[in-house]
Design a protein around this ligand. Structure first.
Ligand code: ATP
Length: 323
């Protein structure tokens, strides 16, 4: 192993930079060169790669986003696009590839590995935490903290004005951010894609939780089956005459910001382990963290299976929302 390539791909997540830093520093400590590719698979297609120096990764551990840039590349989904990417990987003479991204990025890596004989290791970087084979993904903890501090602020105004707030958080297919921010902010209900939303039950919860209280907070995952926060608010409104209902969509603030301590440590350990895997000659794996252990599972499995909130956590949330 003399040279490896590195991309960040899919949605950006806080902690990706900490991972880039760990990959570069670990590789360099073994005299392995790193080609940092800009803007994910699109940059690979366009040949936008450069050798990473220590200077490139100094002072980046605390930065949100990704210094390499990231992209969603339609061209990489085509055989012609991937052939261009393969030509560049060959031109750079790399002996391995590290892909930091979500399950879409891993699907891209899997497809690529069928067309070029190149060891590939995936590192889960996405705020959604929806990747099978790891307790947490890079960026998730920071996003949760951002959501909880926003909900705390919303609660101040909700309490001052006797309001019911529907707060929409990210999570098209997975409710991890909604469920865990709901637990941490003491929300009155949490609506997630993994559970069917019963509008009548929600109306009852709101009526019950409002008795003798100045505010109610309902966290809504953007991918909930009953709709986003605005839609759900419209659905319950006819049954809640006299209640002051408001909605807040947190949007992209959930992606940005300096990574939390937990994300910096997770990202560093995963980046370090990714390079070690390549050095050991391993390929086709995703690095995961289970408790204090670093683990690896096949990329194939991490793509096929989906992480889901555990039933006991859901049960706990349901118990706590009743008065
Ligand atoms: P996030 O969880 O933040 O959305 P992601 O990695 O899942 O991140 P995607 O947009 O799904 O984000 O995937 C990133 C890129 O991976 C795509 O833009 C595309 O270039 C590539 N990709 C995804 N699936 C495939 C596939 N089946 N074949 C080839 N390339 C793919």
């Amino acid at each position: 192993m003399r040279k490896i390539a590195l991309i960040t791909s899919g949605g950006d997540a806080p902690g990706m930079n900490a991972c880039v830093r760990a990959v570069v520093k670990t590789a360099k400590s073994h005299n392995i060169e790193v080609i940092g590719i800009e803007d994910g698979y699109q940059g690979m297609i366009e040949g936008r790669g450069r050798e990473m120096t220590y200077n490139d990764v100094n002072n980046i551990i605390q930065l949100g986003g990704t210094i390499l840039g990231t992209a969603r590349s339609e061209e990489f989904r085509t055989p012609e696009g991937r052939q261009k990417a393969i030509a560049n990987l060959k031109k750079w003479q790399v002996d391995g590839l590290v892909v930091i991204g979500g399950d879409g990025s891993f699907a891209g890596a899997q497809t690529l590995s069928r067309e070029i004989d190149l060891p590939i290791i995936g590192v889960p970087g996405t705020i959604d935490n929806d990747i099978f084979g790891t307790d947490h993904t890079i960026g998730y903890d920071t996003a949760l903290n951002t959501v909880v501090s926003a909900v705390d602020k919303i609660r101040d105004t909700a309490s001052s004005h006797h309001r019911i707030f529907f707060v929409e958080v990210m999570g098209r297919d997975a409710g991890f951010i909604a469920l865990n921010s709901g637990i941490a902010s003491g929300a009155d209900d949490v609506l997630i894609p993994e559970e069917w939303t019963d509008i009548d039950a929600l109306v009852n919860t709101i009526k019950e939780s409002s008795k003798g209280r100045r505010s109610s907070i309902i966290i809504v995952s953007e991918g909930d089956d009953a709709g986003g926060a605005k839609e759900i608010m419209t659905k319950v409104k006819p049954f809640l005459d006299g209640y002051d209902l408001r909605c807040s969509i947190l949007g992209h603030i959930q992606r940005g910001g300096s990574p939390s301590v937990l994300d910096r440590i997770l990202a560093t350990r995963m980046g370090y382990e990714a390079v070690n895997c390549l050095i050991r000659g391993e390929s086709g794996y995703m690095i995961g963290a289970k408790g204090e252990e670093m683990v690896k599972i096949s990329l194939e499995r991490s793509i096929k299976e989906h992480a889901k909130p555990t039933p006991d956590k859901l049960e706990m949330m349901h118990r706590l929302k009743t008065r």
